[in-house]
Design a protein around this ligand. Structure first.
Ligand code: ATP
Length: 355
């Protein structure tokens, strides 16, 4: 199978600093892919290599089966939107959006028609005569999006397009960009450090750390089956408990044995982290014979709005704690407060084990 975009063994060095280390990645046509990771992990560098703006040190990139590794940006087929809008301040919105079309020597009528179409597409049908300084940040970013789409590129590259916007505008644009991408079917890669943005917008997420890819998967896969401790920690909230693998499907934490999914590739005796998400800790209606029951005491209770996140200390080992989520109703029904003693259970199928 030929993928729309094939990145093979890509490395990028800046002097003696390695920003990308042997990165390989396939992108399917029409897909929305997010590069997600902490600051400095190399996601922008990877995006810029794909655009030809920061050519790779080694490795290859193909688009639609054509090797584009050595092509300058102008000869590659993409549109790009940067975090900082990057509109020409002295050009009207119409001229900003039509800029790439003028360069392609299209005739005036065709350009005007296309610009009107694009401005309607991004929800700014009347903004044409305005100048960038007369627009809000969100509006400028829509214009930047229209400009990036003007030449109908096969690939849309978005470099943290929402991070300079305030929270409300960011949420709205998230939905609008996703809807637009779906309508146009344009293959899209977006860089973000915001996990929620990646989880809500992406078809697949590429989680990066220190210049390498940690995991590629659908949002559900990344969240439910993180491949590494880094991914587990970076995406969503996760409890980490230090323990020892004592059998392929048992981890001992502070003297207590927990049943867990069978671990291949880890040897008994190995130090591991036993992990569970706060929302997966079972806090009520425990059957008598439930696995992984732990008597705990509520040590902290943080109101988070829709629910409370409790820090629960094991009664048998005060240095072992997990956080768990309680709905406000549950807090009331169970009469939970600081100091309350109760039993919780860690469902084995919800536990993850990392070396
Ligand atoms: P951020 O979200 O902060 O932009 P990022 O994951 O996008 O992070 P990159 O911008 O790709 O990170 O940078 C990866 C690493 O490469 C960083 O450590 C950065 O300092 C380094 N780097 C990037 N560009 C250059 C450059 N032109 N010269 C030297 N080092 C660079």
């Amino acid at each position: 199978m030929t993928y729309y975009l094939e990145v093979r063994n890509l490395s990028k060095r800046f002097g003696d600093f390695t920003a990308l280390r042997d990165v390989s990645l396939d992108v399917v046509e029409g897909e929305f892919v997010c590069f997600l990771g902490p600051s400095g992990c190399g996601k922008t560098t990877l995006l810029r290599s794909i655009a030809g703006l920061d050519p790779q040190t080694s490795g290859t990139i193909s688009q639609k089966g054509r090797d584009i590794s050595a092509l300058p940006p102008a000869q590659r087929d993409f549109g790009i939107v940067f975090q900082s809008y990057a509109l020409f301040p002295n050009l009207s919105v119409t001229d900003n959006v039509g800029y790439g079309l003028v360069n392609r020597r299209q005739n005036k009528g065709a350009i005007a028609k296309r610009v009107a179409e694009l401005l309607a597409l991004v929800g700014l049908p009347d903004a044409g005569p305005k100048y960038p300084a007369q627009l809000s940040g969100g509006q400028q970013q829509r214009v930047a999006l229209a400009r990036a789409l003007a030449t109908s590129p096969g690939l849309l590259l978005l470099d943290e397009p929402l991070s300079a916007l305030d929270a409300r505008v960011r949420l709205r644009l998230r939905h609008e960009i996703k809807a637009l991408q779906r309508t146009l079917g344009v293959t899209t890669i977006m860089v973000t450090h915001d996990q929620e943005e990646a989880l809500t917008m992406a078809d697949r997420i590429v989680v990066m750390n220190h210049g390498v890819i940690e995991q590629v998967g659908t949002p559900q896969e990344i969240y439910r089956r993180p491949a590494t401790a880094f991914v587990a920690d970076f995406v969503g909230s996760m409890n980490f408990m230090a323990g020892t693998l004592v059998a392929p499907d048992r981890v001992k934490v502070a003297g207590v044995d927990f049943a867990c999914p069978p671990q291949e590739g880890l040897a008994p005796g190995q130090k591991v982290s036993l992990c569970i998400r706060p929302e997966d800790v079972r806090v009520r209606d425990l059957p008598a014979n439930i696995a992984n029951r732990v008597p705990v005491e509520v040590a902290e209770l943080d109101f988070v709005g829709a629910f409370c996140r409790a820090t629960l200390k094991a009664q048998a080992a005060a240095d072992v704690a997990v956080t768990a989520d309680f709905s406000s109703n549950l807090i009331r029904d169970l009469g939970v407060e600081i100091g309350t003693k109760l039993d919780i259970a860690l469902p084995p199928d919800r536990l993850r084990v990392f070396a």
